[in-house]
Design a protein around this ligand. Structure first.
Ligand code: ZN
Length: 225
């Protein structure tokens, strides 16, 4: 079965349910894509289960009738939350109870396809949800992070630091995001939430190698085919 995440230092495989993603959650990233407005509520989109991809895997741009469907594959590096149990209308102050653990993921994006969709007011599913577009690291149990510390991410492209941020820079906190999604969609055990990218996104091409880590505790590697 493909649609599972691994738990660090454990034989446990956790089945994945829905994959939610937050757009526009770091102000510097909104600016780098030419946006001006800070959203009033979280911007949510989904990736299908078939987008799930594991550590040390490959990614390629999909081909349709002998043509690549994009010429602009981008990485976005994001803190990912794994949900431990079902819940609806969760108050922010209770949201921590619903977190199983944390990982780091790439929200791979066909930026040219997304730009056309934005211009025409069309959905982002092709740009964001193509097969393998959601690689994710092993999950670290919540108990293995000091509750007082922020989660931090670093991402290196071919050995060069490209993205660095921590969870205190988010516009909508992890608590707010969990509460909001639970009110709108209801949360289920095994849901993953990609919490949005900081600035520093960029294009990747064949043979590029990405390596990211979450607070230096768990890493995610990806090769572009
Ligand atoms: Zn993203």
């Amino acid at each position: 079965m493909n649609n599972v995440v691994k738990i660090l230092n454990s034989d446990l495989r956790f089945p994945v349910n829905n994959i939610y993603c937050i757009g526009k959650n770091y102000s510097e990233h909104i600016k780098e894509l030419g946006g001006k407005e800070i959203p009033e509520l979280p911007v949510i989109f989904l990736k299908p289960n078939s987008s799930l991809n594991s550590n040390n895997s490959d990614i390629r741009i999909p081909v349709y009738k002998d043509n690549l469907i994009s010429n602009e594959l981008h990485y976005e590096t994001e803190i990912v939350i794994l949900i431990s149990k079902d819940g609806e209308n969760i108050p922010e102050e209770n949201s921590n109870e619903f977190i199983f653990g944390y990982g780091i993921g790439f929200d791979l994006t066909l930026r040219d396809v997304q730009s056309i969709a934005k211009t025409k007011g069309l959905p982002w599913a092709t740009a964001k949800g193509f097969k393998g577009s959601a690689p994710i690291s092993d999950i670290i149990k919540k108990e293995d992070f000091p509750a007082s510390k922020n989660l931090s991410i670093e991402m290196f492209k071919n050995g060069e630091l490209k993205q660095k941020a921590d969870s205190s820079e988010m516009i909508f906190s992890i608590e707010k995001i969990i509460s909001y999604i639970s009110c709108i969609f209801g949360l289920s055990k095994g849901d993953l939430i990609f919490t949005g990218t900081p600035s520093g996104v960029g294009q990747i091409n064949s043979n590029d190698f990405l390596s990211a880590n979450l607070s230096g505790k768990v890493s995610l590697n990806l090769k572009v085919k």
